[in-house]
Ligand binder design. Structure first.
Ligand SMILES: [Zn+2]
Length: 354
């Protein structure tokens, strides 16, 4: 059944028809496994392979991952040290890349069916591709997984026995605090940021967190309480403290902005999302997760946030840019893939920040 959407209702998932159509176009573009092998080789070495002896080799045969050097006769592996090295199911990897780059939201099970691989393999491939996307999310906004209660409903090996999947959150907070204590640091839920004015360190941990949230543009109290997991009264207290210490000022509309005594040039070029966009986006992300993946585990929340970025951003992620990002990446081992735990603050792309 086709769903009818009005233009002011952004889509939150892909219908079965949309997925099937995209899968059909993929198999038109890449009808055989050899076509996928070739797409991989082109992504890894678009201009040829440079042999250890310095010779540029352009004599590779179609769909072949090895090429013999014309000068020293050494056998060169095109995909060595890249994400694609040793990939045994080139069709599934290329199809996964294609669907993500077409902005298709697909569950692991349905993807596996389309790619003719086992369900578990489908899941692994999507997680591996998500890992590549995650490496490109430095400029995305930080959102605490403490806010994700409504979408976390899947157990993982991090979930404490006989508890709700969201109990992982408290568990991970405890671990983060222990890790910080071991290192002799203040336990902090926010990523550490080096650039802060002298004297701010004397303020409390919460004041510092607030400071880093308001240093780029005016932020409302509402938005602060979305990103910092602290009671409103504590946030207000921290804001007052910052003002009294000369580190921030209040602006009309109940917004706050940091006063900086360091060079503006260190600030990132991209403007953070406005309050309205942040709020709308978080809700939209939750809908995307619920409609596509139903419930997710806290452990892998960051990977779903990465896939959500692909779903949103048709300019940044195309088949070529995603294949190239894979080519520049290494593939995690199975142990690395399954031992991953999302940080307490995950990177979430909002439409106007990427
Ligand atoms: Zn050579």
């Amino acid at each position: 059944m086709f769903s009818v959407r009005s233009s002011n209702q952004p889509k939150v998932t892909s219908t079965k028809e949309e997925i099937d159509l995209a899968v059909a176009s993929f198999f038109e573009l890449f009808p055989t496994s050899a076509d996928c092998e070739e797409a991989i080789c082109i992504a890894v070495a678009p201009h040829g392979v440079i042999c250890e002896c310095g010779t540029l080799l352009t004599n590779r045969n179609f769909a072949e991952r090895t090429v013999r050097c014309t000068r020293c006769k050494k056998k060169n592996f095109v995909t060595a040290d890249t994400f694609f090295h040793g990939v045994k199911k080139p069709v599934a990897y290329c199809l996964g890349t294609f669907l993500l780059s077409e902005g298709i939201a697909v569950s692991a099970n349905y993807f596996a069916k389309c790619a003719s691989v086992a369900s578990s393999t489908g899941g692994v491939i999507l997680h591996e591709l998500s890992d590549v996307v995650m490496k490109n999310m430095d400029s995305a906004a930080n959102v605490l997984t403490a806010k994700f209660r409504e979408i976390i409903g899947k157990r993982s090996k991090e979930t404490p026995a006989r508890e709700h999947p969201f109990a992982e959150q408290a568990e991970e907070e405890k671990r983060a605090a222990e890790r910080a204590k071991k290192k002799g640091e203040m336990p902090s839920l926010q990523p550490q940021i080096q650039d802060e004015p002298e004297g701010l360190k004397a303020c409390g941990d919460l004041e510092r967190k607030v400071y880093h949230q308001i240093k780029h543009e005016p932020v409302s109290l509402d938005s602060l309480s979305d990103t910092i997991d602290a009671p409103l009264t504590d946030l207000l207290g921290a804001l007052t403290m910052l003002q009294l210490s000369g580190f921030s000022r209040a602006l009309p509309g109940n917004k706050f902005l940091a006063i900086k005594d360091y060079d503006d040039a260190v600030l990132p070029m991209t403007k953070p999302a406005s309050d309205k966009v942040r709020k709308g986006s978080l809700k939209h992300f939750f809908q995307y997760v619920r409609k596509t993946h139903h419930r997710i585990s806290r452990k892998y929340a960051q990977r779903y946030a990465a896939r959500y970025w692909c779903f949103l951003d048709r300019k940044r992620w195309t088949f070529t840019t995603l294949m190239n990002a894979c080519a520049k990446s290494s593939r995690p081992s199975y142990v690395q893939l399954t031992s991953y735990v999302s940080p307490l603050a995950v990177k979430l792309a909002f439409p106007d920040t990427q």
